[in-house]
Design a protein around this ligand. Structure first.
Ligand code: MN
Length: 428
């Protein structure tokens, strides 16, 4: 699709809009007693169920038409990249100002819904959730808190470190998150069971697996990206006091699995193609990735996607102070690429399935102001100062955390992710 192509839906052509014709992210919304899949365009959502039902996708295969009438994206994910490309091209054809004439537009208009009136729901039945640790800047800053002289463990530059998270507690943007309770040990005191007093966010990107691999059959790195359906925003909430006490020797558990928030829109990897960039070269002296993790491609393995975190306290809300930006980083700054994460995950024959979510881990940049979680900001020694002079070390009840992401360059359309937003409720 040409990068200058415009939609007949005016809002999609506004340079500030997250959802131009070149994006077309997938979501799902409540429609009476059903859930309908949809695609965001400008300030509207195009109902895929209704398009399929009314014959607007007649040029597509029966499997794709059926998948559009499912209540989750899993069926479409299973079909693989050529089906995704055909559907994407068909949807773009319906919304393109030059290709859709008046007659066609009148057929499509009944299937457009205003975005701000939609009740979005989880668009994917997520089977498994894996969280990685792919940002070396995050790993280094957090490692310094525990091992000032030796922040990175010896495996970091060889193994894309990850752990199996929990899919059942993944929630959609907008759903409040209760402050969890758990075992906490302050210093050498007796452990107690109490609400966490160090609730944190983690700024991450999630990659949804499209078609999977059979158990026992690794995914070669050259094919790894073709297994990714699209990307979303992820806030991997963490209770740092619970984490510190429980994480040895088996890693994260209850400090992480009480809630993980995701944005409602899944941006197709194809929409981000114009924003491919080379992954940051490994510093001199770092080992080369082992052969199964070496990309055979041109090396354009990273994506230039800007990431932002905003915070709004309940007092700011009452005082009508806008959410304040507290962090700014970029997806391109990861040490391990998305394709390396997929290839590594399947390298032992582990089967990935349609709808599985692989998250990057906290994404931080090298510079101050690019910390992807409050734990890192805390390591700078000074608490976060909000515009109304409130201070934060960790999150308080009533705080709202908003994640945003977008790809943007001169001459290219803005490919936005929408937002991932949640407010902290008091412990139950
Ligand atoms: Mn995480």
């Amino acid at each position: 699709m040409a990068l200058t192509q415009r939609s007949w839906i005016d809002a999609a052509n506004d340079s500030r809009c997250d959802f131009p014709l070149q994006n077309l992210p997938y979501g799902a919304y409540r429609h009476g007693n059903m859930v309908h899949l949809c695609v965001a365009i400008g300030d509207k959502a195009l109902d895929l169920f209704r398009c399929a039902e009314s014959g607007l996708f007649a040029s597509l295969g029966a499997e794709t038409i059926d998948a559009c009438q499912s209540e989750t994206l899993n069926a479409l994910m299973t079909l693989g990249p050529s089906a995704w490309a055909s559907l994407r091209s068909a949807i773009a054809g319906l919304l393109d100002a030059e290709r859709a004439d008046g007659t066609l537009r009148r057929r499509i208009e009944p299937h457009l819904q205003p975005l701000d009136a939609l009740a979005m729901v989880m668009p994917v039945a997520i089977g498994d959730y894996t969280d990685f640790y792919a940002s070396i800047h995050h790993a280094t800053r957090v490692g310094k808190l525990f091992r000032p002289d030796n922040p990175l463990l010896p495996n970091y530059k060889y193994v894309p470190i990850g752990y199996h998270g929990r899919a059942s507690s993944i929630v959609l943007s907008g759903q409040p998150v209760h402050r969890p309770s758990g075992q906490i040990r302050a210093g050498n005191a007796e452990p107690r069971f109490a609400p966490t007093s160090s609730l944190d966010f983690e700024l991450e990107i999630g990659a949804f697996i499209g078609h999977g691999n059979l158990l026992g059959q690794p995914i070669p790195i050259g094919e790894a990206e073709s297994h990714i359906f699209g990307l979303c925003l992820v806030n991997d909430w963490s209770a740092r006091d619970m984490q510190a006490w429980e994480y040895q020797p088996l890693g994260p558990f209850l400090a992480k699995n009480f809630a993980t928030s995701i944005s409602p829109w899944i941006v197709p990897l194809a929409a981000l193609a114009p924003y491919r960039v080379a992954i940051a070269p490994r510093p001199a002296g770092d080992p080369a990735p082992l052969p199964y993790l070496q990309s055979p491609s041109s090396g354009q393995d990273a994506f230039n996607v800007q990431l932002e975190v905003y915070l709004e306290s309940s007092r700011m809300r009452a005082q009508r102070i806008a959410p304040v930006q507290i962090s700014h980083s970029n997806l391109r700054d990861l040490y391990w690429s998305l394709r390396q994460l997929v290839a590594h995950h399947a390298s032992n024959g582990c089967n990935l399935r349609p709808g599985d979510m692989l998250a990057t881990g906290t994404i931080s940049g090298p510079a101050p102001g690019s910390e992807g979680c409050l734990l890192e900001l805390k390591s700078t020694g000074s608490p976060l100062l909000l515009p109304n002079d409130e201070q934060r070390v960790f999150l308080e009840d009533g705080d709202t955390v908003i994640l945003r992401a977008f790809a943007l360059s001169p001459g290219l359309p803005r490919i936005g992710f929408g937002e991932c937003r949640a407010t902290i409720d008091a412990a139950l």
